[in-house]
Write a protein that binds this ligand. Structure first.
Ligand code: MEV
Length: 416
């Protein structure tokens, strides 16, 4: 069914007005047939704001970073934080080789330790078989590099889990890895006499990590007491999973926004990040903070970064393609390093606000426009950009950014 016809059915089912249906159908700058090929049962697009974070200097190079996100203050916070690193040289980032893991779960072997050794003994044959599946990846310098085999105990018995370690170069690599994992499975069965069950990529991409480090000078931050405050805020995250979840959520505000703007898989990066944060058995922050001998704040970040520049929406979505051009990156590792820097900046900004004036002051100021719009909706007043701004300004001046206050202001202006 073409998208128009699908939408007609949905419109009838949900009693959408013609205006509502037209809004859903509008595919913005992206051709509808491109969208229709990306996923199933397409009826339109879901638009998000794209903002540009500024001031990012990473390994000596300046970047403008596109962020696709619905939350106010994310772009401003990242830009503001990145500015506070510039007098100490910006962000220093590095990346591991882009090695992903494919898991092959072997069941039904009575001698799991023996089976593990038989698999390891045939490492080279397994790698050759995997590499036969993707000559293009091998030609570009990637391919299966190594295997790792573990015995995993479960409540239904032992499994022998083989990890195929695949350098996927500039691809995120899920397809390449899954194809290889499926291809080597029969050989692993032959070697062990067991039965392979799952064959799938692991999102805990511990061999594909990015790291970032930055010094936020006490002068740029407004004094050494702010350095101490951020270290205190970090200490709670490092000791308490309730705070740590929010701490890491703030990091992901920046990270997911760049992952999304470049057409990469936000869920893959998010799953990897949180699993990495919990890899010791305790859920820990993805960043660290310390004070150096000069009294400045040293921040670091490290996490898995399965992002690519080829394949998937990175190549088919025209806005994602433009975002990659704005970033001016040469390879997926460089993209990953930028994403790490944005995550660190985002986290630093949140901690600084929390350790000083609190998060609501800046956030609500930027959120005030949404609150003003909500008043137009609740009072059934037609939206007018100039009037929305007027209500917003008054809300900010009054200091109480609430819908009831916005309604009061709007009623007064409109004489309702
Ligand atoms: C809000 O989206 C993110 C923060 O809660 C992060 C944090 O508390 O560190 C501000």
């Amino acid at each position: 069914m073409p998208p128009e016809e699908r939408l007609k059915i949905v419109q009838e089912f949900a009693d959408l007005t013609d205006d509502e249906a037209a809004t859903v159908f509008n595919s913005g700058g992206v051709p509808l047939d491109t969208i229709d090929r990306m996923i199933e049962n397409v009826v339109g697009t879901f638009e998000l704001p794209l903002g540009i974070a500024t001031n990012f200097q990473i390994n000596g190079k300046d970047y403008l970073v596109p962020l696709a996100v619905e939350e106010p203050s994310v772009v401003a916070a990242a830009s503001n934080s990145a500015r506070q690193t510039r007098d100490r040289g910006g962000f220093q980032c590095s990346a591991s080789e882009p090695v992903m893991i494919g898991q092959i779960q072997l069941t039904g072997v009575p001698d799991p330790s023996g089976a593990r050794l038989r698999i390891l003994h045939h490492r080279q044959e397994i790698l050759d078989l995997a590499n036969e599946q993707d000559p293009v990846l091998v030609r570009f310098g990637g391919g299966a590099r190594d295997i790792d085999v573990r015995v995993v105990n479960s409540h239904v018995g032992d499994f022998v889990v083989t990890h195929l370690l695949v350098d996927t170069r500039d691809a995120m690599g899920a397809n390449a890895v899954n194809t290889m994992a499926e291809a080597v499975a029969p050989y692993i069965e032959e070697l062990t006499g067991g039965k392979v069950f799952l064959r799938i990529l692991s999102n805990l991409a511990v061999h594909r990590t990015v790291r970032g480090r930055a010094i936020f000078s006490k002068e740029a931050m407004g004094g050494e007491h702010i350095v101490d405050g951020i270290i205190m805020a970090y200490a709670l995250a490092a000791s308490d999973p309730y705070r740590c979840a929010t701490h890491n959520k703030g990091i992901m505000n920046g990270i997911s926004s760049v992952v999304r703007s470049t057409g990469n898989d936000t869920r893959a990066v998010e799953a990897g990040a949180h699993a990495f944060a919990a890899r010791t058995g305790s859920y820990l922050p993805l960043t660290t903070y310390e004070k150096n001998a000069d009294g400045d704040l040293v921040g670091t970040i490290e996490l898995p970064m399965p992002v690519g520049l080829i394949g998937g929406a990175t190549k088919t979505h025209p806005v994602a393609k433009a975002c990659i051009k704005i970033l001016g990156v040469d390879n997926a590792q460089e993209l990953g390093m930028i994403i790490a820097a944005v995550g660190l900046a985002q986290n630093h900004a949140a901690l600084k606000a929390l350790a000083t004036v609190g998060i609501q002051k800046g956030h609500m100021k930027l959120h005030a426009r949404n609150v003003a719009v909500a008043a137009f909706e609740s009072l059934g007043v037609e939206e007018d950009p100039a009037l929305i701004d007027e209500v917003k300004e008054e809300l900010v001046k009054g200091g109480k950014i609430r819908v009831d206050k916005a309604e009061e202001i709007l009623k007064r202006i409109k004489g309702l």
